[in-house]
Ligand binder design. Structure first.
Ligand code: ADP
Ligand code: GLC
Length: 487
């Protein structure tokens, strides 16, 4: 089974969120169970610099949307996975964030940039394949940036009709990001006018890339069972609920995993002391280290809540702003690492000014610091309004940091709330609340605080959370089964 894994970001070369972690760990896990997986990435500077032994394959590509010419390179990711890079300088030779320019706004040619990525992916199926030496059985695209790939394969048989057609899978990592563009671009991205229809790429009067992927791909997946259900509802379907309900038998939820090669307190190079469920004592030193890094009082007895997040509305962190005063008054501390919308960044900065010694905030993106927060915190707050899967709550459990989450998407699928019954049965691994209100989050924080004050109960939950296995082997097998079911 050969799979081309097409993604706009991949750890450790380009990362804006969880998709990058998944794009690194899932191909590696698939490789371990015998799948021949190769990545296809846009040739951003970080990708061209980061691939080792890169060499050119196939001929110069001269028919990509949005650019005159591009090369396809094949090299190794740092973990050894083979990856193609689409080297199209006019589209990708820009430093920094893969989607946003220096003004913080979307690059004005994102439609062309990601049409080109999809076009290059489809090119592997063509009679004159971009790489004549390696033909995928399945092309697996991720998020709107790859949504046109299945469309090209269906509506441009003139260009991409080959000796066989690979199966296509589209994974929705977040339905809130749609890739919606002006219909005037249809010709430029080389789609026929006939596919601009409800039964095609049209999405509320625009050209919808995610919509296109959801319409044309053979199979659809998303990253948790609960989210697979949620995106078929009016509340969370973002206008695609009708289509997704219609395709419900082609849609499945596969919960993401954790790469324990990177997220494991027993072997983490970023933290001051290593620890494990058998020998958890190093966690105390990690807490002291974190308190020092964030200018917090070095008090082992104060429960320390961490946040590692994009600061956007859907992450629900405004509800934390609402509860911070009460949390601090009750003895809690807060360490926040994040970047995002200015109003939310400002809100957290103010908190740090108001509560020195109790609240510390770092605005920015810092991979190493994120590990120190996972290790040094007692609780990790993930109160998302919507969360397709969420990875940080699973990382937290491995680090013995109890997640406090809203019961939505993958958070609902991975965290077992400390209800009296769950505590009694010895299954609780965190805290969850239902409605996205500051009041309910506040109540969950008070419950967490009261259990923190009962060390026996807290330590039992902590040990249990550390023992949960969210490894990639199970999800990788589910993807393989899905790939095999297409042909
Ligand atoms: P999303 O993809 O919606 O942002 P996930 O929980 O799936 O949410 O993944 C977020 C990933 O990004 C995690 O690996 C998390 O540690 C990381 N992350 C988020 N914000 C930061 C930050 N400011 N600095 C470092 N890592 C971050
Ligand atoms: C998206 C989602 C997040 C998920 C990640 C990886 O960024 O917002 O919930 O964990 O993709 O699938």
């Amino acid at each position: 089974m050969r799979v081309l894994f097409v993604t706009p970001e991949c750890f450790p070369l380009v990362k804006t969120g969880g998709l990058a972690d998944v794009s690194a760990a899932l191909p590696a896990a698939l490789t371990r169970i015998g799948v021949d997986v190769r990545l296809l990435l846009p040739g951003y500077p970080a990708v061209l610099d980061g691939l080792s032994n890169a060499h050119e394959v196939g001929d110069l590509i001269t028919d990509l949307p949005g650019t005159e010419r591009a090369r396809l390179l094949l090299g190794h990711m740092p973990d050894g996975t083979l990856a193609y890079a689409l080297d199209a300088p006019a589209l990708y030779a820009r430093p920094g964030n893969p989607y946003l320019g220096p003004d913080g706004k979307d690059w004005p040619d994102n439609a062309q940039r990601f049409a080109a990525l999809s076009w290059a992916a489809a090119g592997f199926a063509a009679h004159e394949s971009y790489d004549p030496w390696w033909r995928p059985d399945v092309i697996h695209g991720h998020d709107w940036q790859t949504g046109l790939m299945p469309a090209y394969l269906r509506v441009r048989p003139d260009r991409f009709g080959g000796p066989f057609r690979p199966g296509t899978v589209m994974t929705i990592h977040n339905i809130a990001y749609q890739g919606q563009f002006s219909p005037h671009l249809l010709g430029e991205v080389q789609l026929p006018a006939s596919c601009y229809a409800m039964d095609g790429v049209e999405y509320y009067g625009g050209l919808g890339y995610l919509k296109a992927g959801c319409w044309y791909a053979d199979r659809l997946t998303t990253v948790s069972h609960t989210y697979a259900h949620e995106i078929q509802t009016d509340e969370q379907g973002m206008g695609l609920q009708g289509l997704l309900s219609y395709r419900t038998h082609d849609l499945s939820g596969i919960v993401n995993g954790v790469d324990y090669g990177i997220w494991d307190p027993a072997a983490d190079p970023h933290i001051v002391a290593r620890y494990s469920p058998e020998n958890p004592s190093g966690k105390a030193a990690c807490k002291t280290d974190l308190q020092a890094a964030f200018g917090l009082e070095p008090r082992p007895d104060r429960p320390l809540a961490g946040i590692i997040s994009r600061l956007t509305w859907h992450k629900g962190l405004d509800m934390v702003l609402e509860n911070a005063a009460a949390w601090v008054a009750a003895g809690g501390q807060l360490a926040v690492l994040g970047t995002g919308e200015p109003w939310m960044e400002g809100g957290f900065r103010h908190l740090a000014d108001w509560y020195p010694g109790s609240v510390g905030v770092r605005i920015g993106y810092d991979e190493a610091l994120s590990h120190r927060i996972q290790a040094g915190s007692d609780l990790l707050l993930v109160p998302s309004r919507s969360e397709p899967c969420g990875l940080t709550q699973m990382y937290a459990m491995k680090y013995g940091t109890l997640p406090l989450v809203r019961r939505t998407g993958g958070l609902a699928d991975t965290v077992i709330d400390a209800t009296p019954a769950a505590l009694n049965d010895g299954v609780a691994t965190g805290f969850a609340f239902m409605n996205a209100t500051g009041q309910e989050l506040g109540f969950a924080l008070r419950r967490a605080m009261s259990i923190y004050r009962k060390p026996e109960l807290w330590n039992a939950m902590r040990t249990r959370a550390m023992g949960r296995d969210f490894g990639w082997e199970r999800p990788a097998r589910e993807y393989l089964e899905l790939y095999e079911g297409i042909q």
